[in-house]
Design a protein around this ligand. Sequence first.
Ligand code: GTP
Ligand code: MG
Length: 298
Amino acid sequence: MEFKCGYVTIIGNTNVGKSTLLNKIIGEKVAIISPKAQTSRDNTLGIYNDDNSQIIFIDTPGYHKLEHKLDSYMQENIDTAINGDVDVLLYVIDGKKPLVEQYEKLMNKGDKRSKKILVINKIDDTTFEKLYPQLNELNKVCKTDEILPISALTGKNVDVLIEMIKKYLPTYDYEMRYYPKEQFTDKNVRYLSAEIIREKILLLYNEEIPHGVAVQITQFDETSEIVKISADIYCEKESHKMIIIGKNGEAIKKLSTISRIAIEKMLDAKVYLDLFVKVKPNWRTDNLILEEFGYTNK
Ligand SMILES: Nc1nc2c(ncn2[C@@H]2O[C@H](COP(=O)(O)OP(=O)(O)OP(=O)(O)O)[C@@H](O)[C@H]2O)c(=O)[nH]1
Ligand SMILES: [Mg+2]
């Protein structure tokens, strides 16, 4: 018997589809997704299992400008995830944007010993005519072990990617799994619930609001049939609080409803969700508050 087991880190610019790819591979929603930049803040493990392998994927925050201490925390997460004992690094780029330019920003990232696969995502939303000339240019400069065009959204070539990764993982002559076969992430439902609320905030409000928002679960009571969840939504300004709540509380009602439905789907249970909006000026630059919110690597 030949068994494959190892670590794969997914890196790339913000919004290229790293978390979408992770969810597609795992077949569960382990990371939140949004059309806005800087969606993921933490590293998230997605554990892929089949009969002859276990692949531990690490989804990272996207590369972006460092403005706040929160950005430094996100950058630290990427650094940890690429410099550890990583067997394969996936460089994810957006097939709808200039390929060579995106590749060149990633080409020196990570440990020299890791194998590297350049993944060109979003090919469902571009044409061969647009891609082809760029692929020629890319081939001339690209030093990764493989290049693969995929669509994380439709799943095109995701199975090919899995088989490609397996080639580069250590081989065992016994079933080697770091995690139990039924475990598919390192995150618990409490964390995932907070993330779902943040995902819906990214969906409903303009860019400026979600980037300054943190969600804290204050109650998670699963003792009765209806799961009772309370969450504090922290924003940076009184004016943002007004926008989040909306006229006559309509905006927060909508946020609460769509968040509740998504959490119910995840938990497969009825949920009672209570949201509170609070203001903490400049929390993104305050080490103590970042720590309180769980944005710390200590
Ligand atoms: N058309 C198309 N859209 C995609 C694909 N993959 C992801 N997207 C979209 O791209 C946007 C960003 O996706 P995410 O998965 O959140 O991107 P990310 O790289 O994790 O972003 P950060 O967490 O901010 O670094 C979302 O609107 C996705 O629906 C794809 O294969 N095709
Ligand atoms: Mg992400």
